[in-house]
Structure formats: structure tokens, C-alpha cells
Design a protein around this ligand. Structure first.
Ligand code: GRF
Length: 215
């Protein structure tokens, strides 16, 4: 069975969706550890409560991004994971770090990339007046919030939405697509061809675009 480590910085609800999927048998991976760059990250307690080893590499203790990333990589490699899963990990990673994990580093971003990279994605979506918003799971490349897309989920933007209501609608889909994407990786069903992800979907009715009903 493949093993993963999950990197978080805060609340850790995406991490929790992965833990829940593993506990229910829906996600056939071993969660080797949860790492955080913030000692106070709420998700660390959630992981510890569920018996998952945790580790903090506090970025404030390092003089440079390079030094922090080297320490983080060392902490990750102690778990020898097959896949590194960024789940609300709020640090920009150096090219060296990203290259070290090429093809085995994934991220979830709360927009339909390439729209709205960076922060405040829900505010950006409301300001642009888009009618469809969503989330993306992608392999990580050195460019921020960029890289081969594994799966996207779309949600409607409603007239009376504010940032909080839109974020909640997107987050519900994040919790659905991240376990799915990690499962595909675990089952060796993702292939990178010319910088794009191909999913061997033969045995799965779920496609790579999730488009739920308006709610
Ligand atoms: C999520 O919206 C994720 O897409 C983004 O940061 C948020 C983290 O939430 N990268 P959580 O820590 O998983 O609850």
C-alpha cells in the first residue's frame, strides 16, 4: 500500500477528509505523518487524536526559504512517502523542493485554475462576477498554483453569495475531490503525458470534472 504525508498550516479540514476516507476504507493509503510549518495549526491536534504521527517544522526558525525547505524535505523523507499532499499548506516552496518531489507532490487550490491563483480566491471570483467557481487538485510545478490538473469540481456562484457562503460551497467539494485524486494516485491510475494528466477511468464512473447541482 502506498503511503502519504500531508502538509498543513492551519485548520486541516482537507487533511481530515483524507483521514476520514482512509478510516472508512474508501482511500487505500497509509497516512505516514502530518507535518505543519505552524506549531499552532489546529489540524495537528486532529491528526494526533486519530493516532497519526505529527511533526512541526516552524518556518520562523529558519533564516531563508531554502533552509526551511531543506528541513521540511528532511522531515518528509523520514516518512519515505510515495506522495506528498499539500492541504492548506501556506508556504511558497522553492524550485529545488518542488523538483525533488516531481510527480509526487499534489496541491488543492480553491478555484478553477488557471483562474484565480494566489490568495482570496472567493473574493476574486465574486469581484469578477463569474457564474462558476470551484476547486482544483493538481500536481505541483515551480510556478505558484500551477501544474497538471488531476480533478476539478465546479460550483455555482449565486446572486446572494458572500465570500463565506461561496467558500463553504467550494470547501464541501474540496473534501470530495481530494480523497478521490489521492486514491487515483494510489491506484496508479494517473499518467502524466506531455504535461497533462490522463486518468485511467475504465473502472470508475466518476469523471475528472465534478459538477454538483446548485444548492
Ligand atoms: C482550502 O480551501 C485549500 O484549498 C486552501 O486552503 C484551505 C485550507 O483549508 N489551499 P483546510 O486547512 O484544509 O481546512
Amino acid at each position: 500500500m502506498k503511503s502519504i504525508v500531508i502538509l498543513i498550516s492551519g485548520r486541516g479540514s482537507n487533511m481530515e477528509s483524507l483521514l476520514t476516507a482512509v478510516a472508512s476504507g474508501a482511500l487505500p493509503v497509509r497516512i505516514a505523518g502530518v507535518l505543519s510549518n505552524r506549531p499552532a495549526a489546529q489540524g495537528l491536534e486532529t491528526a494526533a487524536r486519530q493516532g497519526v504521527p505529527t511533526c512541526v517544522v516552524d518556518h520562523q526558525q529558519f533564516a531563508s526559504r531554502e533552509a526551511f525547505d531543506a528541513a521540511m524535505a528532511e522531515a518528509i523523507d523520514r516518512f519515505s512517502p510515495d506522495l506528498v499532499v499539500l492541504a492548506g499548506f501556506m508556504r511558497i516552496l522553492t524550485d529545488g523542493f518542488v523538483r525533488r518531489y516531481t510527480g509526487r507532490l499534489v496541491n488543492i487550490h480553491p478555484s478553477l485554475l488557471p483562474s484565480f491563483p494566489g490568495l482570496h480566491t472567493h473574493r476574486q471570483a465574486l469581484e469578477e462576477g463569474v457564474r462558476i467557481h470551484g476547486c482544483t487538485v493538481h500536481f505541483v510545478t515551480p510556478a505558484l498554483d500551477h501544474g497538471p490538473v488531476i480533478v476539478q469540481a465546479a460550483v455555482p456562484v449565486l446572486d446572494d453569495d458572500d465570500e463565506a457562503s461561496l467558500a463553504a460551497r467550494v470547501l464541501a467539494q474540496e473534501h470530495r475531490v481530494y480523497p478521490l485524486a489521492v486514491r487515483w494516485f494510489a491506484e496508479d491510475r494517473l499518467r502524466l503525458v506531455d504535461g497533462r494528466v490522463l486518468l485511467d477511468a475504465a473502472q470508475d464512473a466518476t469523471g475528472v470534472l465534478i459538477a454538483p447541482q446548485a444548492s
